[in-house]
Design a protein around this ligand. Structure first.
Ligand SMILES: Nc1ncnc2c1ncn2[C@@H]1O[C@H](COP(=O)(O)OP(=O)(O)O)[C@@H](O)[C@H]1O
Ligand SMILES: Cc1ncc(COP(=O)(O)O)c(CN)c1O
Length: 306
């Protein structure tokens, strides 16, 4: 059976963020991917210069109208990421609501891309739209620590805080929440990055339980861009194949991430030369290029049940 994803994210000419990061890995895993580019930029905004266009809400409506007129607006998944404009994001929510009405089984995977490391890199007015309109319709949410904190108004300094924040996010709507990276100290030491996940599962009798997991991910001393986008796409794929097992889905997702990041840092360091920090251009992700890259990662990162 065909499984069709509508992916609304950025496009860049050079490099891998947004749809450039998400579409191909989903396609090699057998998903049909329809892409709407929320922006078309020369490169991601972490470079010294970036140029390009931002799609308006009206332009988004025109594209959606065309799809609808041809009666091909049937989706199994929606995936959203980087967006810079409040009315654009509100229109995305209108489209999601309409598509969910047409297919109640549709799963919406939302990466609430707003910022990282304590700072927002999109206009602040997007926060109330995410909080009040987007998160309530999301089924799977993949914030980083900063995004989870601003969505809930709670700081995360311990694992217990992270669990509380994930529960608050569940209360806002999504059944599955993954904090893709946190500053929490890993039990395995400073060389590891901690990610956490929580999934609510309805048991046959109607009782709801939640599976909570923690991942210790080998940390690389560099800041990558586009990793959140690849993560959300891979989580979509692996939760599709393991719908009631977040542990398995996250292990597969993070193992792909590790493979890509290892390859990226190896090339970046080689290009930068001994003792030099790689530039944003040198740190562009060395992307998944085949199904084998996804299915045979270099190591398997194991998750622990909490
Ligand atoms: N410095 C890093 N070292 C190792 N893995 C990383 C690093 N940065 C990102 N990742 C991988 O990418 C995933 C998503 O990263 P994250 O930084 O949370 O995304 P975002 O871009 O949304 O902030 C992490 O779960 C991890 O697997
Ligand atoms: C154009 C664009 N798209 C997407 C992103 C998001 O990247 P990430 O996956 O690292 O959150 C960024 C980061 N600033 C960006 O500049």
């Amino acid at each position: 059976m065909e499984c069709r994803v509508l992916s609304i994210q950025s496009h860049v000419v050079r490099g891998y963020v947004g749809n450039k990061s998400a579409a191909f890995p989903l396609q090699v895993l057998g998903f049909e991917v329809d892409s709407i580019n929320s922006v078309q930029f020369s490169n991601h905004t972490g470079y010294a210069h970036w140029k390009g266009q931002v799609l308006t809400a009206e332009e988004l409506n025109v594209l959606y109208e065309g799809i609808k007129l041809n009666n091909v607006n049937h989706y199994d998944y929606i995936l959203t990421g980087y967006s810079r404009d409040t009315s654009f994001l509100e229109t995305v929510v209108d489209i999601i609501q309409e598509l969910k009405k047409a297919n109640p089984g549709l799963v919406y995977v939302c990466d609430p891309v707003m910022g990282d490391h304590g700072a927002m890199y999109v206009p602040e007015l997007l926060l109330p739209v995410y909080k009040n309109k987007v998160v309530p319709v999301a089924d799977i949410l993949t914030p980083n620590q900063f995004e989870a904190e601003i969505l809930t108004g709670r700081k995360i300094t311990t694992e217990a805080d992270a669990i509380e924040v994930m529960d608050l996010l569940h209360k806002m709507g999504p059944e599955t929440v993954v904090l893709t990276s946190t500053d929490l100290l890993s039990k395995r030491g400073e060389e590891f990055l901690v990610a956490l996940g929580s999934q609510k599962i309805m048991k046959p009798g109607g009782t709801v339980i939640s599976q909570k997991i923690c991942l210790d991910i080998p940390k690389v001393d560099a800041v990558f861009v586009g990793t959140g986008d690849l993560f959300a796409a891979m989580l979509l794929a692996w939760t599709h194949f393991h719908p009631k097992d977040l542990k398995a889905a996250c292990e597969k997702t993070v193992s792909v991430m590790h493979h890509v990041i290892k390859r990226t840092i190896t090339y970046a360091n080689e290009m930068a030369g001994p003792g030099k920090k790689p530039s944003p251009a040198q740190l562009e992700l060395r992307m998944v290029q085949s199904k084998a890259d996804i299915e045979n990662p270099t190591i398997v990162v194991e998750a622990n049940l909490l």
